[in-house]
Design a protein around this ligand. Structure first.
Ligand code: PGA
Length: 248
């Protein structure tokens, strides 16, 4: 739990050349330093570039993750990708439940739970995103919403499955908006999530924060008690900025 986790979620950005250039240069820039040992660094490029990204990262500590997955192992699901396919190219990690998947692609908790279970069955590690909307925060429902999101998904798993799971707390109102919650708001939510895990499983798992993390605020956010890492969207697209975040 001591290693800070830094996840880059590239969303639908970076083509083949940008992806390979970025990953080669990231490795060049940080592999000779302690960064790889002190931090767990995970990059989530688009599906077509997972294989080449994973090949470039072989022999380094950089990990490659997918941004989404289907809950079946195979079948008639045009346009979808399965965890078995990920495994076959050596990718063992996936982001599930990002608010963009929930809001733009209508992924509800029953679907997310199926994705979680399939991933765990196939020993794929999960970065599971949860977070309240602006209105839910305004109406003081944020703790209630987070609890509900966990109860319908991760809390349906058993304790032995927790080794495969990281939680990313991402308030939807902070994602891509250039606004971050206060230190107090992040700290109290992480504390709350950890307390729910203790209550349910008598243990906790890494909880990372996401939402407008950049090279200016990463250091402060990473030093908040209970924050085990960060999930970075926009600011992970620029190589220099992302290196600054890793070194902060
Ligand atoms: P952002 O995105 O860093 O651009 O706010 C974070 C995310 O969507 O995970």
């Amino acid at each position: 739990m001591n290693k800070k986790i830094i996840v880059a979620n590239w969303k639908m950005n970076h083509d083949f050349y940008e992806t390979t250039y970025f990953i080669r240069n990231l490795i060049k820039n940080i592999s000779d330093k302690k960064n790889f040992y002190e931090k767990e660094i995970i990059i989530a490029p688009s599906f077509p570039f997972l294989h080449i990204s994973n090949q470039i990262s072989q022999g380094t500590a950089l990990k490659i993750a997918a941004q989404n997955i289907h809950y079946s192992n195979n079948g008639s699901y045009t346009g979808e990708v399965s965890t078995l396919m990920l495994k076959s190219i050596g990718v063992n990690q996936v982001i599930i439940g990002h608010s963009e998947r929930r809001n733009l692609f209508f992924e509800e908790e029953n679907i997310l739970l199926k994705k979680i279970k399939t991933s765990i069955n196939n020993k794929i590690k999960i970065i599971f995103c949860i977070g309240e909307s602006k209105n839910e925060r305004k109406n003081n429902k944020h703790f209630f919403i987070i609890k509900k999101q966990l109860e319908k998904t991760i809390f349906q798993c058993s304790e032995e499955h927790l080794q495969y799971i990281y939680i990313a707390y991402e308030p939807v109102w902070a994602i891509g908006k250039g606004i971050t919650p206060t230190i107090k708001q992040i700290q109290e939510m992480h504390k709350f999530i950890k307390s729910l895990f203790y209550k349910k499983f008598s243990k906790t798992i890494p909880i990372i924060y996401g939402g407008s993390v950049n090279d200016k605020n990463a250091k402060n956010i990473l030093s908040i008690e209970g924050v085990n890492g960060v999930l970075v969207g926009n600011s992970s697209l620029n190589l220099n900025e992302f290196i600054k975040i890793i070194k902060s």
